[in-house]
Design a protein. Structure first.
Lengths: 317, 288
């Protein structure tokens, strides 16, 4: 018989949370909506990372690559050719997926594992960052400023933050559904098996290379969509914001803290870390990277004492 | 004109290569013994730089003297971090994440304490260059290069002759065998982690006369140190030294002949190629 646990009520809990997230912002000031949007952006990006890092156990230190490809593709297509960022978002996702498949293929084909896969992905992101710094198409170090057109759905631009809020909320609902789907299909079991013991998975007849590549392709496609949203929300991108190491770290912090390989891990992680980092910045002031000090402590504590993250903790209660 | 540019690029590349080698040598020691990748390595270097900076501004101490307190302070810090944090995990991937956490904390704590601004040490007697024909050799860079050679030789002798050094090599070769002959694995791991941190702390002090000090400097160096270590073969000292020179030369030649900062692109590219096709490094790994 299963132990009675708080986590069993997660469906009810998430339903209530979704309801609150839908209604509450109508009564909030734009600063708080901004904070919520950032929480949801990183919840979404973290969930995308989680498909590869959490479910499949392949830690990427370079998801900024996919974020940046999404952001730059839609932005360049919009600014140069006037193509709607909605279309650019899908094209960016597809480009990012191909790059993901390429990176995955060469890394997994040659057996890069654990920390070495992490370092290789980090190096790929750095290559994209250096390239973006040097190519005129990407505006070099100046980055690209997206020209404002006022509220326009085809241009993915809104003067009221609340529109962005509901879009990123929808992104989150979407990724929760996708993750649920993965978890409940054979794919989820295969990824889990690869994470637990790759040799054993191989011995059982699972084509581990194929499933790892499937995981990275889903993950890279979804991450790129988040990149486009980010660009359209802030109207500005540059090589460091997009491809920088810190962006990769921001992306994987939430799922590691919340719970690797769980549907709601990244979301819960972001819900807690978001306000905490805002608070740290407020208290310590000045320098914008102050919350990273907190992230550092959180990372050490979670890896040592809470390897299953917040979700693991809740399951025990 | 062509030869002047080329030879100056070669010389400055070799000298910078020495710096990369001295930064990476501690990383390769830690990797060789414990099979872990220490992401906080660059942050240790950053702290070593600040030790030299504060001793210079506070007491007027020459950075080449400060390299001793830098070594000792970072040795102690490394030992404490190993004893209270690293020891709790044995999985290589988790240790990479833990040391990344330590790096994030140290880098941003330094920014909190000392602001993110760039600082530098001005020593007029050192800010000179040797001229050999049209070759200009910066003296502090030359000293850093000599330091890198001495550090490599010193560590080599330490590993070959002392009991602790032999124990370190024994663990690096065969951990079970080392355990069975009664080597205290925990203690030796702690000492190697401390030495690795201390060495990079000292290297940090040595480069302060010509390299700006800032809390974010570690991140730049740690990624380059990974490249150097992988290139040289993880755990291989002479390989690391050679790897440092190759990266230094590649960077300098690239900066001279490629537009913008594209030289970094090729350094990462080579890094990935080596990881994929020759993970044991150019000289083969784990031979102290």
């Amino acid at each position: 018989m299963r132990k009675l646990s708080l986590y069993r009520y997660s469906y009810v809990l998430m339903g209530v949370t979704l309801l609150l997230l839908t209604i509450l912002p109508a009564f909030m000031g734009s600063y708080y909506i901004h904070i919520l949007i950032l929480i949801l952006v990183y919840a979404y990006l973290g969930s995308s990372w989680n498909v590869l890092g959490g479910y499949c156990g392949q830690f990427s230190f370079g998801h900024a690559t996919f974020f940046g490809l999404g952001a730059y593709t839609s932005t360049i297509l919009f600014m140069r050719f006037g193509i709607s960022p909605w279309i650019g978002m899908v094209l960016g996702g597809i480009l990012s997926m191909f790059v993901g498949i390429f990176i995955g293929f060469i890394c997994f084909r040659y057996g890069l594992k654990g920390p070495f896969f992490a370092l290789a992905t980090l190096a790929f992101a750095e290559m994209f960052r250096v390239a973006a710094l040097n190519i005129p198409l990407t505006g070099k170090a100046m980055g690209i400023l997206i020209t404002l057109k006022g509220t326009s759905f085809p241009a993915f631009q809104f003067q009221e933050k609340i529109y962005y809020y509901y879009i990123i909320l929808a992104f989150n609902v979407f990724i929760v559904l996708v993750t649920h789907l993965i978890e409940n299909r054979k794919l989820g079991d295969y990824l889990e098996a690869i994470k637990e013991d790759e040799d054993a998975a191989e011995a059982l007849g699972i084509d581990t290379l194929r499933y790892k590549i499937i995981a990275i392709s889903i993950s890279s496609f979804l991450t790129a969509l988040g990149g486009t949203f980010y660009a359209q929300y802030l109207f500005y991108i540059d090589p460091d914001i997009c491809f920088g190491v810190h962006n990769s770290i921001e992306i994987f912090m939430r799922p590691i803290f919340g719970g690797l390989g769980t549907v709601y891990g990244a979301f819960l992680g972001s819900l807690i870390l978001g306000p905490l980092s805002e608070l740290t910045r407020g208290l310590l002031g000045g320098y914008s990277g102050m919350h990273l000090m907190l992230f550092g402590v959180v990372l050490v504590v979670v890896i040592i004492f809470l390897p299953r993250g917040v979700v693991g903790l809740l399951k025990k209660i | 004109m062509f030869f002047q540019m080329l030879s100056n690029a070669l010389v400055s590349g070799l000298l910078m290569g020495g710096v990369y080698a001295s930064v990476a040598i501690g990383l390769t020691l830690i990797f060789g013994v414990m099979n872990i990748i220490n992401f906080a390595h660059g942050s240790f270097m950053m702290l070593g730089m600040y030790v030299a900076y504060w001793l210079f501004t506070g007491l007027g101490l020459n950075p080449y003297i400060s390299l001793v307190p830098s070594f000792l302070i970072l040795f102690f810090l490394g030992a404490v971090i190993h004893k209270f944090i690293i020891i709790h995990s044995s999985d290589a991937q988790n240790i990479l994440l833990i040391t990344l956490g330590i790096a994030l904390f140290l880098d941003n704590f330094a920014a909190f304490l000392w602001t993110p601004d760039y600082r530098s040490i001005e020593i007029p007697t050192l800010a000179k260059s040797l001229f050999i024909g049209y070759l200009a050799i910066s003296i502090p860079r030359l000293i850093a290069f000599i330091f890198a050679i001495l550090l490599t030789i010193g560590l080599y002798i330490f590993l070959k002759t002392t009991t602790t050094g032999k124990s370190i090599r024994a663990i690096s070769d065969n951990i079970e065998g080392a355990r069975s002959v009664g080597i205290n694995i925990k203690k030796i791991s702690l000492i190697s982690f401390g030495i690795g941190a201390g060495c990079v702390g000292a290297a940090g002090a040595v480069i302060t006369p010509f390299y700006s000090i800032s809390p974010s400097v570690g991140l730049v160096f740690v990624i380059f140190a990974f490249v150097v270590v992988v290139l040289g073969g993880m755990g291989n000292f002479w390989g690391t030294f050679l790897g440092g020179l190759i990266v230094g030369l590649g960077e300098s030649l690239g900066a001279t002949y490629l537009p913008g900062s594209l030289q970094q692109f090729f350094i990462y590219f080579v890094f990935i190629l080596i990881l994929l096709f020759r993970p044991q490094g150019i000289l083969g790994g784990k031979r102290a």
